[in-house]
Design a protein around this ligand. Structure first.
Ligand SMILES: N[C@@H](CCC(=O)N[C@@H](CS)C(=O)NCC(=O)O)C(=O)O
Length: 236
């Protein structure tokens, strides 16, 4: 099934019954605007697993009690129900889905690229953490510059395609949900263009935005601005 044709199911809330759990169906518990869950959603779509991995959106602001009690005690998304088990943590999950399901491989075999891929994936928490700090700082733009320079330099390293490891991979998937949101927020609040003076980053975003598996997972930018303003700029 082409990912663009998929009809997205309605999120389940506190009034909804659980699906028939552990009946052999593989389910991705998600929340459409969650960047962590988006990583797994992109991976599933890119590998063409729309029929094998069923999306089960959970409405997090009013989530059903059975989700924590019967599905995932951490009470977070994403979580994957597969072979009678529940697995969480988006960075583990994208690797798990890539290794345990059919479809195009999303991680290079070449040892040099694989090593760099692991390095990039283990850096993504620092990247997102530094930007969250930057939004609350006096010198937001300077701090943001350092992070996007990191990505620009990373994109120069392999250089046999527009993506971080040349071909589209889990490394791109780890970063893009956050870059998408940070780009919107920095542009709206600070008139900061993350691609200015960064041709590799500009080309990377252009290419990623052509990928249907990603395009269908994008969040409404207005929603990002509203929620980030509340989260980062309003006094708590
Ligand atoms: N480290 C987790 C983070 C997942 C996460 O924080 N998800 C958020 C939604 S974007 C969540 O479920 N929040 C619910 C809560 O914390 O109660 C991952 O990478 O999967």
């Amino acid at each position: 099934m082409a990912s663009t044709q998929e009809v997205l199911p309605t999120p389940l809330d506190a009034t909804s019954n659980p699906p028939p759990l552990f009946d052999g169906t593989t389910r991705l518990y998600t929340y459409y605007s969650c960047p962590f869950a988006q990583r797994v959603w992109i991976t599933r779509n890119y590998k063409g697993l729309q029929d094998q991995i069923k999306l089960v959106p959970i409405y997090l602001p009013n989530r059903p009690a059975w989700y924590k009690e019967k599905v995932y005690p951490e009470n977070k998304v994403p979580a994957l129900e597969h072979n009678g088990k529940i697995i969480g943590e988006s960075l583990d999950l994208i690797k798990y889905v890539d290794s345990n399901f059919e479809g195009p491989s999303l991680f290079p075999k070449d040892p040099e690229k694989a090593k760099f891929g692991e390095e990039l994936i283990s850096h993504v928490g620092t990247f997102t953490g530094e930007l969250r700090t930057a939004f609350k700082a006096e010198d937001t733009v300077k701090q943001a510059d350092a992070q996007f320079d990191y990505l620009e330099n990373a994109l120069k390293k392999i250089n046999d395609g527009p993506f971080l490891l040349g071909q589209f991979s889990l490394a791109d998937i780890a970063y893009i949900p956050f870059v998408e949101r940070f780009q919107t927020f920095l542009s709206e609040m600070w008139k900061y263009d993350i691609t200015a003076g960064r041709p590799k980053l500009a080309a990377w975003l252009e290419e990623i935005n052509k990928i249907d598996a990603y395009k269908v997972t994008k969040t409404d930018p207005n929603e990002v601005v509203v929620s980030y303003k509340k989260r980062f700029l309003e006094q708590q």
